[in-house]
Ligand binder design. Structure first.
Ligand code: GLU
Ligand code: MG
Length: 443
């Protein structure tokens, strides 16, 4: 086993002088400190200290032993950052008063992966981030590429190469951090891209998503661009989803969601999916956690023909119009958007899936039709419900759902509900340009 001293020596030789001790706040935003490499032992054993109440969503007091939040580095996550030569990132777990902090999102996910491990299972997660490359100009945020104007911009090979400097730096940087990059494409909105990399266990995937966001921001910044994980920046165009491809595996290395038939799930897979459908309204609060998120989920058309975001609680084999697209031995959870905290979204979906398994829930009939084409009355007749239409409604659903609340833990759940209700209230008080234009001279 490599000792910390050996590791320090190896890194020093490779030019690393500073560690980025990074933790994740309740909003899924990377926070942290620079720590000299010489302090590696202290970062791993005790953690870097932060003022607890200065971090969103901790609910920690201003005084006393519980006012200190320690970010304790997880050595397994250490990676030198090519876009910041000399720096290496270490993902940290929150500790307070010498014990794991219940409201640290990484700890929240670890509690759920531990529940899986107790049953001999591991969740593999492939996360597909979509994002926009914008510029801030006089008129506000606009797609960085003025020539990116196609009516159907998906897979556009004229605008994709124009952003190749950003995309190549991002892909090369992430590859050096251990990502296996699979594909990079222009998505279905102007200025929107997606980068796909190989799946990993849930915790590793969440840690990687945070590193992806850090890299995206840093590289865009250098190029004078704005990297945006906002769910729906432009009303007439598709938003940014963050789909999760999920599958349960046994300790024997066998996929437990595969039953041998193409495009079919095993009993276990079906129960898991049934749990995800059952808890969808509450999961919506953490998978689509901003007021803006619900503009993506509205089911409305876009200039390209469709938003490709779910509006209803449904599943179907290879059905991209459903919230759950089932595939052979895995399923794609299409609800989360780019603003979701990956730790919380994964913790929630594990708790929902385990509830489905424990209660042996069966999903409703699979949908094979285009759900965007179905009339609301016809959907209602089939028992297909809509996802919550607002963040407020999703928070109501969360407050009624003991399974998802328990997964988040009492402290984080209370903080989340409080912060999000305030976000809803702020938004409700705001008078938009749309309102002014529509009503100012109308009556
Ligand atoms: N942008 C779509 C969404 O918001 C997804 C497009 C796709 O299927 O890749 O979910
Ligand atoms: Mg996509």
């Amino acid at each position: 086993m490599t000792t910390l001293a050996e590791l320090k020596a190896r890194w020093a030789e490779a030019g690393v002088h500073t560690l980025v001790a990074q933790f994740t706040d309740i909003h899924g935003v990377a926070k942290g400190k620079f720590v000299p490499l010489a302090q590696l032992d202290a970062l791993i054993e005790r953690g870097a200290g932060f003022s607890g109440p200065s971090i969103w969503g901790t609910g920690l007091p201003r005084t006393g032993p519980r006012s200190e939040y320690y970010g304790r580095g997880d050595l397994a996550t250490a990676a030198a950052l090519p876009w910041m030569p000399g720096y290496a990132r270490i993902a940290c777990d929150g500790f307070v008063d010498g014990a794991p902090f219940d409201a640290c999102p990484r700890q929240v996910l670890k509690r759920q992966t531990a529940r899986l491990a107790e049953r001999g299972w591991l969740l593999q997660a492939g996360i597909e981030p979509e994002f926009f490359l914008l510029e801030r100009r006089e008129q506000g945020y606009v797609p960085a590429d003025d020539h990116d104007r196609l009516a159907k911009p998906s897979y556009d090979l004229k605008s994709l190469p124009r952003q190749r400097e950003f995309l190549a730096r991002l892909a090369d940087g992430l590859t050096a951090c251990g990502f296996a990059i699979e594909q990079i494409d222009h998505e279905d909105a102007h200025g929107q891209y997606e980068i796909n990399y190989a799946h990993a266990d849930a915790l590793t995937s969440a840690d990687r998503l945070m590193l992806f966001k850090m890299a995206g921001h840093a590289i865009a910044d250098e190029l004078g661009l704005v990297f945006s994980m906002m769910p729906k920046p432009f009303a007439d165009q598709p938003g940014s989803g963050m789909h999760f491809h999920l599958s349960l595996w046994g300790t024997d290395g066998e996929c437990c969601m595969f039953d041998g038939a193409p495009r079919e799930l095993s009993d276990l897979g079906r129960h898991f999916v049934a749990g995800v459908l059952e808890h969808a309204p509450a999961l919506c609060a953490i998978a689509a956690p901003t007021v803006n998120s619900y503009k993506r989920l509205s089911g409305s058309a876009s200039i390209t023909g469709t938003t490709w975001a779910p509006a209803t609680i449904a599943h179907g084999p290879n059905n991209r119009t459903a919230m759950v697209r089932t595939l052979s031995g895995r399923f794609e959870w299409r609800l989360p958007d780019a603003s979701a905290n990956p730790y919380l979204a994964l913790a929630g979906v594990i708790a929902a899936g385990l509830d489905g398994i424990e209660r042996a829930l069966e999903p409703p009939a699979a949908c094979t039709d285009d759900l965007y084409e179905a009339a609301p009355a016809a959907l209602a007749e089939r028992g297909i419900e809509r996802l919550p239409r607002t963040l407020d409604a999703a928070i109501d659903a969360l407050e009624r759902d003991d399974v998802v609340l328990e997964a988040l833990g009492a402290t984080l759940a209370a903080q989340f509900v409080d912060l999000k209700r305030r976000e809803v209230a702020d938004h409700a008080r705001h008078v938009s340009t749309w309102e002014l234009e529509r009503y100012a001279a109308f009556f």
